[in-house]
Ligand binder design. Structure first.
Ligand SMILES: NC(=O)c1ccc[n+]([C@@H]2O[C@H](COP(=O)([O-])OP(=O)(O)OC[C@H]3O[C@@H](n4cnc5c(N)ncnc54)[C@H](O)[C@@H]3O)[C@@H](O)[C@H]2O)c1
Ligand SMILES: NC(=O)c1ccc[n+]([C@@H]2O[C@H](COP(=O)([O-])OP(=O)(O)OC[C@H]3O[C@@H](n4cnc5c(N)ncnc54)[C@H](O)[C@@H]3O)[C@@H](O)[C@H]2O)c1
Lengths: 208, 208
């Protein structure tokens, strides 16, 4: 079983390797890769050992080869995942408009809401549709992943509907403790964690 | 110099310890704390060693005491940070409406935009104001942190304005490679990383 934190670091290694590739780098040491994402050489070696022996002692890791292998491990090399957003509010509509998802192989195929006033509105390439049609839309458009951008009280009900129609992976933004069925992965986003990295920095600045 | 990844884990430890406190736990082992956030016992000990010797061998860490110390280290124990959001679009307005920030000690004090059509609109407790008044607003309201939710081409210009008026910590959502002045911390958010954790899970599900 691979720790979630390791998987997250694979994403960060990919981004750093992409930068390195653009700069024309051929090999990279575990020390540089570790420093590049805010961890250390030992953690890099430990993470990569879960998957394969990628480097050559003394030379380091081949940049392009490693990046392609990590993209494949993350499931985003030459593969597209179909994403439905449930909750066409401010956050949901901002997410469908963000180009960063497409670049990594995530394509939005549905934007659903339960408020009839929103039906038919267009955001990016999507038109808001009725979440009552979830079952038919998930099946017909082969949805792989759902994003939950509904108010907290609605989140559990929506999650139950999604797992009932076969969706196995959910990115949850609603601040609710969800009951997660077996065989389903739910990742909770809490952007306050990002701000705490900044308050930590400011405390350090003040005490100097 | 503390790695960013360690600081991020402190936030996750705090959230897990909070849950444990609610359940009535008095002590916790580094193994349980590690498992709880998707890492391991050795990483927990290594992270906490940067700050102090918190545990007692054989008994583990005192839950409430450790949580309070970590909140203080993160700068969010009995302390409020004043946040300005630049870019009153879909994302910016969704962020000011999210209660999770307040709970952790981050208070929104300004919501700025450069589009006159938006001035005066109310979101949560804030009224959209003209970003041309950034200098006066940052000073008068003692802004500590700024969130950048403007389109990518505008991000560098806004960052330069912010650092010129003394803001030292920025949470950036715009997909732009920013030139960051010394003594300023910029954290970039890329929600695609969260989706990649889910594609990794789905690849695993398919290969079983
Ligand atoms: N995790 C974070 O860091 C973070 C940041 C910002 C917002 N949020 C959260 O994201 C969620 C959305 O925020 P927002 O600002 O977009 O809110 P919003 O009110 O603008 O949008 C919510 C939308 O969900 C729809 N909805 C409600 N119940 C539904 C249901 N059962 N099925 C389908 N659609 C339903 C509403 O009609 C509305 O359009 C909230 O839970 C908020 O707390 C989280
Ligand atoms: N990092 C992520 O995961 C993620 C997710 C979603 C969106 N985004 C990004 O967040 C940003 C905002 O997205 P959105 O959907 O809210 O866009 P939006 O177009 O709805 O909002 C942008 C707002 O910025 C304002 N603005 C433009 N230039 C400005 C300037 N110089 N000073 C002040 N205000 C200015 C506009 O008037 C508008 O109100 C975009 O860069 C988008 O790519 C990132």
């Amino acid at each position: 079983n691979i720790p979630q934190a390791t998987v997250r670091r694979l994403s960060l290694y990919c981004r750093y390797l992409e930068k390195k590739e653009v700069e024309g780098g051929n090999f990279i040491s575990s020390r540089e890769l570790g420093d590049g994402i805010g961890t250390n050489a030992a953690q890099v070696r430990k993470d990569l050992c879960f998957f394969d022996r990628f480097g050559t002692p003394g030379r380091g890791y081949p940049v392009s080869f490693l990046r392609r292998r990590l993209l494949a491990i993350l499931g985003i090399k030459d593969q597209t995942w179909r994403v439905a957003v449930i909750g066409a509010g401010k956050l949901g509509c901002a997410l469908v408009g963000y180009g960063g998802f497409n670049r990594q192989g995530f394509e939005f195929v549905a934007l659903l809401d339960n408020n009839p006033e929103k039906f038919g509105r267009v955001y990016g390439a999507l038109r808001v549709e009725d979440s009552a049609r979830l079952d038919e839309i998930v099946t017909r458009r082969r949805v792989d992943i759902a994003m939950l951008t509904v108010p907290a009280p609605a989140a559990q009900g929506v999650l139950d509907n999604l797992t009932a129609v076969g969706v196995r992976a959910v990115l949850n933004f609603a601040p609710a403790n969800l009951d997660i069925p077996a065989q389903v992965a739910v990742r909770n986003v809490d952007l306050a964690v990002e701000l705490e990295g900044l308050s930590f920095f400011l405390v350090g600045l003040r005490s100097r």
